[in-house]
Structure formats: structure tokens, C-alpha cells
Design a protein around this ligand. Structure first.
Ligand code: MN
Length: 197
């Protein structure tokens, strides 16, 4: 289904049915990323090749409403990261900076467990825990990536300034400075060996 900004009354207000477990499937527009779309972002290249050639799993998807790209509007929707790993590395979203770097974002966790990995251009980073009922505040200037460290779908509701935009920049070439892998059955933060200043 294609959603144009005129589907909703951005100027006069609206309320919508928002199914938390189905994302916005009834009303929204989904973008899906399968492993083949992002396999170079995982550390274990051999495992990524093999898994994408075999089942090419859906890693994540997000639903949005076609919010006008206007500074006074608030874009919102939901993101679903499916459970899984490539080698020992948990499934994640590509992550992005905002094109208007000085804009923040709120994520509210509806189900699942994991982390919001945030990182500034200067290299300050944090892994903010996500579990049902927790909100994560992604400050302005920080890139952000959701990582599913559990066995269920990690579902979050997000909201950000309508015209903030997405900038993948260095993330698609170098990734983040940190990765989250499973070690002895637990999520563990390690350095990204591919990161070169
Ligand atoms: Mn964002």
C-alpha cells in the first residue's frame, strides 16, 4: 500500500489504530531489509554469504506514515528487528545519522530485548538497553542502530522531527566503532575490527 502525506490530516490532527504487534501493517508503509541488502555490514563475511544465499532472512522492517518533511511535523512509526545472528553477531538495523544532524529521536520499546547503539561523529558511544516499557533518547548528532539480542522480535515505536532525513554516511562503509555479539550466551560489546579512523 502506498501512503502519501495526504492520507492523514497532518494539519488538523488524526488518530489511527496502531497495532503494536503488527507494526503499522494496516495503515502504514513498510520498508524491508533482507540479509542480502546489508550482508557486508556484518563482521563474519562467510556466515553472511552463506545465510543470505540459503534463506536470505528478513532482518528488519519499519513502518512509517509518509509524514510531511517539514520541521514542525513529527514523523513516527514502528521498527521491527527480527531475532537472529550472523555468526555470533546479533541482527541489527543499518542505522543512520539524521541529515539534519542536530535532531534527536525517541524510541519506546514495545516488545523484545536488545540495545540502541548510539555513536557521535567524534566517537562517543553508548549501548542503551531496550526492553518492554523502556524509552531510549537518541540525542542530536548521534547515529543510532537497534540490535535484537533476544529470541523474540524487537519492536519499537519511534518519533523524530519530520524533515530530519536519513544519512547512512560512514555507517555503510565503516560501520560503527562497536559491535554486539553473543559470548557465553550473553550480549557482549566488542570493537569493530573494520573501523579505521
Ligand atoms: Mn533516526
Amino acid at each position: 500500500m502506498s501512503i502519501s502525506s495526504s492520507t492523514y490530516s497532518w494539519d488538523r490532527g488524526f488518530s489511527i489504530d496502531f497495532s503494536l504487534t503488527d507494526g503499522l501493517s494496516a495503515v502504514g508503509q513498510s520498508t524491508r531489509r533482507h540479509l542480502a541488502d546489508m550482508k557486508d555490514m556484518f563482521a563474519d563475511k562467510a556466515a553472511a554469504e552463506k545465510l543470505s544465499a540459503n534463506s536470505n532472512p528478513l532482518v528488519y522492517e519499519f513502518y512509517e506514515l509518509g509524514t510531511p518533511e517539514h520541521p514542525g511535523d513529527v514523523a513516527f512509526g514502528s521498527s521491527i528487528v527480527y531475532p537472529g545472528k550472523v555468526g555470533d553477531e546479533y541482527f541489527f538495523t543499518k542505522g543512520h545519522f539524521h541529515t539534519i544532524l542536530e535532531t534527536a529521536e525517541i524510541y519506546y520499546c514495545l516488545s523484545g530485548t536488545g540495545f540502541m547503539l548510539i555513536e557521535s561523529p567524534e566517537g562517543d558511544w553508548q549501548a542503551l538497553p531496550l526492553s518492554p516499557g523502556q524509552a531510549a533518547y537518541v540525542p542530536k548528532r548521534y547515529a543510532h542502530r537497534s540490535i535484537n539480542c533476544g529470541n523474540d522480535s524487537l519492536i519499537t515505536f519511534f518519533a523524530f522531527r519530520g524533515d530530519a532525513g536519513h544519512n547512512y554516511g560512514t555507517i555503510e562503509t565503516k560501520g560503527y566503532r562497536k559491535r554486539i555479539v553473543e559470548k557465553n550466551g550473553k550480549p557482549t560489546i566488542i570493537d569493530n575490527a573494520n573501523w579505521v579512523d
